[in-house]
Write a new protein. Structure first.
Length: 586
């Protein structure tokens, strides 16, 4: 890697990270391989000493004994239950129903097939099947005989079997105890039909795969594996502890496989080392290609900005390395550069227009005042009705020109804002007082909504002027039956005021022009309303955003700073009332 140059300032560079990543992969892999090798070695020592195996065999013996003790307790409880004789003597009695319910609950165990009853001649008299019951004697008692099965006695319980799996039937054993048949005076017995594999499955935890296999030797010489089936013994049998008379754990040991893990581990180490080398080479190749491609993207972006394309943006992605940081800084620079150029051009344009508007307003204002005074004097003296009408129309036009002049002065000399905590409720109330009559005259529904308890830090007179101007524009944009909504929303440190109408909307190509001086889509507009509103919004440290689509309406979003947290909401004892509004429609 001769092309990589290191220095103190490049400790956290992208190349350094890639290098540390590669070294880390190698180190972690070597540590993992060493750990695995040590683990296999320790297991080998445990196998050779046999201490761990002895503990596992003892634990397994305890599990088997605990399983049998649980079944013995279950059997003794059943045989001594006071309702059981009635189940045998009088099957239709209430006590027999009680006993049957108990027997069904006891039989519904995953370790039992059912509960069986035998008469004094050792013949199956009746049975209660569990959910796991299958095959004889539940489906058919034909060819079901226990006379040939081995029997042992332990703690007063007779163990019959096991019956090994054959002909598709599962293996089982019986645990039986005598009960007294009160009606006949003869001894009958109750037995648990135990699932054989429930006992042998407890052997699985004592084995070591390929080295030691735990088995269970039963009366009659059968040796069962953990699945409950006869096992094919291929290794040396080592006797283990006894769990019942004639039942004991044995271990099938294969000495030839004890050293096999060492050879397998060595082969795995070689394969892992080769794989790690291949992964490192692939990582460096992929990283070099990715680095080259991402650097080329930076160069392309710089060339695009240099050529004047200030809208070009680099893909930032989700990474957090140096190139992603540079891309993000590049995009921020491009955005700020465009904003700076736009603000500079706009400031120069507004300054020129402001000087021009102020000059024109001064030159026109005094003559208009003189003309207005003259027209009023002539109107008072004029006797002819037709001429009075003409003079009144002239006065109206002079007033309109005067308003235009006032707009020019407001645009050319905007006043400084005097911000203070201002309640949204009061702003909405003042705006509604003036806009409701205008909306009613145009047959437009006007209402306010949102959280009226919010406060903003603005100049209330200027914000009232903004809301009034935007509200009048919204009403004028609606047809009869339209709707205008004034809504306040809390956004933490800022508050949004939305002026929404469902009027004609603004074409997409004009969205950037509506705030330009003297641009208007109205036949009688001056084109200064939104421009003055934007000036006042910026003077109050706010932002204005316009969303609109033709025939779908317009939403103007005003964002202002909220007051301090302690003053942002008025204390009220009731719940927040949303969508408090006035709704007048004529």
């Amino acid at each position: 890697m001769s092309g990589f140059h290191w220095s103190r300032n490049q400790r956290l560079s992208l190349v350094a990270r890639y290098t540390f990543l590669s070294v880390g992969v190698v180190v972690c892999a070597l540590i993992a391989l060493s750990f695995l090798y040590q683990r296999f070695s320790n297991e080998l020592i445990d196998r050779l000493t046999g201490e761990r195996l002895s503990a596992q065999v003892a634990a397994t013996s305890n599990k088997l004994s605990a399983f049998l003790d649980s079944r013995i307790y279950q059997l003794v409880t059943l045989s001594n239950h006071p309702a059981l004789p009635a189940f045998i003597d009088a099957p239709d009695s209430p006590q027999a129903d009680e006993a049957l319910t108990l027997l069904r609950v006891e039989a519904d165990s995953p370790d039992l097939y059912g509960v069986l009853f035998f008469d004094w001649q050792d013949r199956l008299d009746r049975l209660v099947a569990g959910q796991a019951a299958s095959g004889p004697p539940y489906w058919s008692k034909t060819d079901w005989d226990i006379s040939s099965l081995p029997r042992v006695t332990h703690e007063g319980v007779e163990f019959i079997g096991p019956q090994l799996p054959e002909n598709g039937n599962s293996g089982w054993l019986l645990m039986r105890q005598q009960i007294r048949d009160s009606g006949l005076g003869q001894n009958v017995s109750v037995a648990l039909h135990v699932r054989l594999s429930s006992l042998t499955e407890l052997l699985a935890s004592a084995g070591v795969a390929g080295v030691i296999e735990p088995l269970l030797r039963t009366p009659g010489g059968a040796v069962l594996d953990p699945s409950g089936r006869p096992a094919e013994v291929t290794g040396e049998l080592v006797e283990g502890p006894s769990i019942l008379p004639g039942w004991n754990i044995v271990m099938s040991v294969h000495p030839g496989t004890i050293l096999q893990p060492i050879d397998e581990t060595r082969l795995w180490l070689y394969a892992a080392a080769i794989l790690i080398i291949a992964v490192i080479l692939a990582i460096f190749f992929a990283l070099s290609r990715s680095l080259r491609r991402r650097v080329d993207t930076l160069v392309q972006g710089a060339n695009s900005i240099a050529s004047g394309d200030l809208y070009y943006r680099l893909p930032e992605g989700r990474r957090r390395d140096e190139i992603s940081i540079v891309a993000k800084a590049f995009n921020t620079m491009a955005w700020q550069l465009k904003e700076l150029i736009d603000r500079t051009v706009r400031a120069e344009k507004l300054a020129v227009l402001g000087q021009f508007a102020t000059g024109v307003a001064h030159e026109v204002r005094n003559p208009l005042a003189t003309m207005k005074t003259t027209v009023q004097a002539l109107t008072r003296r004029e006797k002819d009705e037709e001429r009075r009408t003409l003079l009144d129309d002239m006065g109206t036009q002079i007033d309109r020109l005067s308003r235009v002049v006032n707009d020019l002065l407001s645009y050319g000399r905007p006043g400084e804002a005097a911000p203070q905590p201002t309640a949204i409720r009061e702003l909405f109330r003042q705006t509604s007082l003036l806009l409701e009559p205008v909306a009613a005259e145009a047959n437009v529904r006007f209402f306010t909504s949102g959280d009226s308890r919010l406060n903003i830090y603005v100049d209330p007179e200027q914000i009232f002027q903004i809301l009034l101007n935007l509200g009048i524009n919204a009403v004028q944009a609606c047809d009869a039956g339209g709707t205008v909504n004034l809504r306040a929303e809390d956004h933490g440190k800022t508050v949004e005021i939305r002026v929404t109408d469902d009027g004609c909307g603004i074409p997409r190509e004009h969205l950037l022009d509506v705030t330009q001086p003297f641009f208007t889509m109205k036949s009688k507009g001056t084109g200064l309303g939104l421009t003055i509103s934007q000036q006042l919004v910026e003077a109050n440290h706010g932002m204005i955003n316009i969303e609109s689509a033709p025939q779908e309406g317009t939403t103007i979003i005003l964002t202002f700073p909220a007051t301090e947290p302690g003053n942002s909401r008025e204390e009220t004892s009731g719940n927040v009332k949303e969508d408090q509004h006035t709704d007048r429609r004529r």
